[in-house]
Write a new protein. Structure first.
Length: 373
């Protein structure tokens, strides 16, 4: 039997707090007019205290599970693409695995900056089509506002927080993920980076004083790189899928800058009516931007089952990639389901108790084995 990886569920998690361009103009020397004309961004959502990459991701994952109609124990794999993980370790994916009660899932984070969601979808799709797993949740989740220097007007105007999730499931019906392109060029690593906090430059009072835990960016170089690779990767993904540009219903690009997207669309000869853009309301949410834009386009009725979509992204690394998919929607299924999101409070109580029991069992085992040792 042929196995295909279909996208059958989707969800988002977005902080309530909104920071407008006018708010930013109170903080740094900038203006709404400058930001809109140079980037297209009008506002962004910013995580408040208590909101984290895992909490936004959990919200997105639960919505996606409900749309797909999958039970937590059906999930085999959770990949969280993020550049703002909660910790160096444990992975944010593991924290989300615990919070959604996916007791049989393996979970790991993937670091490929803003391209990460495409890489993660490809990894999950490959695991499904190879027969290794049946069901995966892929997330893009970020709280990059915590790595932004709010005194640097060149970067602080760009980024926002949020999370998006897709459920990928196996099916014998042709469709789902059709092709993918993954590329990297580490020679451009210094163009967009957070220099300290890793093993090369561990956190110290000096690194904090020098502002090395903030995002550093060469905006012009990143702009040039982005417009070049978006065209190239989109064309490659379409060709690999055995399609032509005219077959494509939607291009859903990484939402970094409206001018980058328009330039790439012009070079592709793709009308902007076929390109999904929502960065005016979210800013650049890094790896969360593609699922956030997709979910909005599904919810407002633009993306429909049967549509051919090309997702295309670029970002730090440097990394870039594209993925072509035939949009599916939930797979009809007769078996009774648990609906975790609808019973959110009850379900959250259940997963917390489950997590506490696991911790308690580990504590008791520690006491017993500790005495013997
Ligand atoms: N408000 C007002 N002026 C600003 C400003 C701001 N927020 N940020 C920069 N400027 C100033 C600069 O200091 C510069 O002034 P100068 O000419 O006196 O030196 C001037 O505006 C022009 O700067 P420039 O860098 O040429 O602007 P730009 O048109 O290239 O736009 C970016 C800057 C950052 C918006 C643009 O380069 C960009 O979007 N790059 C890609 C970044 C990106 O997408 N990163 C994430 C990738 S995943």
């Amino acid at each position: 039997m042929n196995r295909y990886a279909h996208i059958t569920g989707w969800g988002i998690g977005v902080p309530e707090k909104i920071l407008t361009n006018d708010d930013l103009a109170q903080m740094v020397d900038t203006s709404d007019e400058w930001i809109v004309s140079r980037t297209g961004i009008r506002q962004r959502h910013i995580a408040e205290e208590g909101e984290t990459t895992a909490s936004l991701g959990t919200e997105a994952a639960l919505q996606a599970m409900e749309v797909a109609g999958v039970n937590p124990n059906e999930i085999d794999l959770i990949i969280v693409s993020t550049s703002s993980p909660e910790h160096v370790f444990p992975s944010t994916a593991s924290l989300i695995q615990d919070r959604i009660g996916a007791s049989k899932a393996g979970a790991f984070d993937l670091s490929a900056a803003c391209t990460g969601f495409i890489f993660a979808m490809n990894m999950a799709a490959q695991a499904i089509t190879s027969g290794s797993i049946n069901t995966a949740i892929v997330l893009g989740a970020e709280t990059l506002s915590r790595f932004v220097n709010w005194e640097d007007r060149e970067t602080c105007i760009l980024f926002g927080d949020g999370a998006g999730a897709f459920v990928l499931q196996t099916s014998a019906d042709p469709g789902g993920v059709l092709s993918s392109v993954m590329r990297s060029d580490g020679s451009g690593g210094d163009l967009l980076s957070v220099p300290a906090g890793g093993s090369k430059r561990p956190a110290s009072s000096q690194t904090v004083q020098d502002g090395l835990h903030f995002i550093q960016m060469n905006g012009r170089e990143v702009f040039r790189f982005a417009t070049r690779v978006m065209k190239q990767a989109t064309e490659e993904a379409i060709e690999q899928a055995g399609m032509i540009l005219d077959d494509v219903n939607w291009v859903i690009p990484h939402q970094a800058n409206r001018r980058i997207i328009e330039t790439a669309a012009r070079r592709l000869k793709m009308p902007m009516e076929k390109v999904v853009v929502n960065l005016d309301r979210y800013g650049n949410t890094s790896t969360a931007s593609i699922p956030l834009a997709t979910v909005e386009a599904i919810r407002d009725g633009r993306v429909k089952p049967g549509d051919l979509i090309v997702f295309v992204g670029f970002g730090a690394g440097l990394t870039w990639g594209a993925l072509a998919a035939r949009w599916t929607g939930p797979i009809p299924d007769e078996k009774p389901k648990v609906w975790p999101y609808r019973f959110y409070t009850l379900y959250q109580a259940y997963v917390r108790v489950r997590s506490l029991i696991l911790r308690f069992v580990r504590f008791v085992e520690g006491v017993i084995w500790g005495k013997r040792g």
